[in-house]
Design a protein. Structure first.
Length: 219
């Protein structure tokens, strides 16, 4: 089996990066420097014509999109238990993962890269505060999920094993600090994210990507 992950530091590619590190299987991690436009190079677009990260090349075949990559890794490494095996628990985990990917993630994109949605400077300026407010509420929802899991005695969001929901939670919370939402705004979520970050596999990925968890600037 050959596995190669194309990732960008701090991007959502952090999620499969963590899963690969947890799997214990050998893999190659290849950094794509988005700020230098490497995702738009001919070589990269030959792998992913959409010019996005992540891409997982599994035995020579590229797999794109977080949902597909997570499901593929879950099937490759069933012993890791990235997603619950019980049907309803699995469906609920996938539901939360989809929400993170198709709702929370794009909301941050409206804050971080408003130019993707309009070429009008005044609209770009309006998108940032409006979507920051929405994102703050979504982090509140994420904190509620963390608290609900803890109330059920679960160590992690989808059960007793660390998985993609936990890695994505760290990413989204970190993005919140980039948007100016201080960690103290969601203390239970921030404590959970620090627990995720302390896990050995996660800590190795954080070191490889050279990430700082809290990017907010003190008032």
């Amino acid at each position: 089996m050959s596995l190669k992950l194309y990732f960008a530091p701090g991007a959502c590619s952090f999620v499969p990066h963590v899963l690969l590190e947890m799997s214990g299987a050998p893999f190659e991690a290849s950094m794509v420097k988005l700020h230098k436009g490497e995702q738009n190079s001919d070589d990269y677009k030959a792998i992913n014509p959409r010019g996005q990260v992540p891409v997982l090349v599994s035995d020579g075949q590229p797999v794109t999109q977080i949902m597909a990559i997570v499901l593929h890794l879950d099937q490759l490494f069933p012993q890791a238990g990235f997603l619950p095996a019980e049907p309803m628990a699995r469906a609920k985990a996938l539901s939360t993962l989809a929400w993170m990917n198709n709702t929370v993630h794009p909301t941050f994109t409206h804050i971080f890269m408003p130019q993707k949605f309009t070429d009008l400077p005044e609209v770009q300026a309006a998108l940032k505060p409006y979507n920051t407010l929405l994102f703050r509420g979504m982090l509140g929802e994420l904190q509620a999920l963390v608290q609900a899991a803890a109330a059920k005695g679960q160590a992690w969001l989808s059960g007793d094993r660390l998985g993609p929901l936990d890695a994505y939670s760290l990413t989204l919370t970190r993005w919140g600090t980039i948007a100016g939402i201080a960690p103290e705004a969601h203390p239970a979520l921030w404590a959970f994210v620090q627990k995720v970050a302390a896990e050995p596999a996660v800590a190795r990925v954080i070191e490889r990507e050279r990430l700082q968890l809290n990017m907010s600037t003190p008032a």
